[in-house]
Design a protein around this ligand. Structure first.
Ligand SMILES: [Zn+2]
Length: 168
């Protein structure tokens, strides 16, 4: 299955292939053996549709627009570019499409992990938009520690067990 020359429709040959660091896309530099025209093609894996499972169990289609809006809100007045945010949306969409579904909690964790490496202010602003159960279970008011606890133990223990653990 070759790519033909845009000028003369001859089958082209590949001069160079370069895979993106995320492994999901490839750029190919091509040349037409007939007229010598050179051009580049870009090949990218199309994400499969995925579901988002909300806290109440309701399912929705994964929606890039909603995720982007939430991230842009967190990045408001922070030194983060729209390109950075779009890259985060891309990566989370790929995780969702690989697994077929993601919980809203998991999406929140993925966003936090991404923002943490980009900008601490945006990280904190995003954290402020999340519902508080993680903080309630960990029993302290440091939001960052709560998230770490929630991340290490995705199967959150029942409240009674957590409380017993803290008292001892
Ligand atoms: Zn040609």
């Amino acid at each position: 299955m070759g790519v033909v020359c845009p000028s003369c429709r001859t089958q082209t040959r590949v001069l160079e292939s370069r895979r993106a660091p995320d492994g999901d896309s490839v750029r190919r530099r091509r040349e037409c053996p007939e007229c010598g025209r050179r051009f580049t093609t870009f090949e990218r894996r199309e994400p499969e549709p995925a579901d988002v499972i909300k806290r109440d169990g309701e399912r929705q289609r994964f929606d890039r627009t909603k995720l982007r809006a939430a991230l842009l809100k967190a990045g408001h007045k922070r030194p983060i570019t729209a390109v950075d945010m779009e890259a985060i949306v891309d990566r989370i969409e790929m995780v969702a499409s690989d697994t077929g579904e993601l919980s809203t909690e998991r999406i929140g964790e993925l966003c936090l992990a991404e923002l943490e490496t980009l900008d601490h202010g945006a990280y904190l602003q995003f954290l402020g938009t999340l519902p508080p159960p993680a903080a309630a279970i960990s029993g302290d008011s440091d939001p960052e520690r709560s998230v770490r606890v929630a991340r290490e133990d995705p199967q959150s223990p029942p409240k009674a067990a957590a409380r017993r653990g803290l008292d001892e």
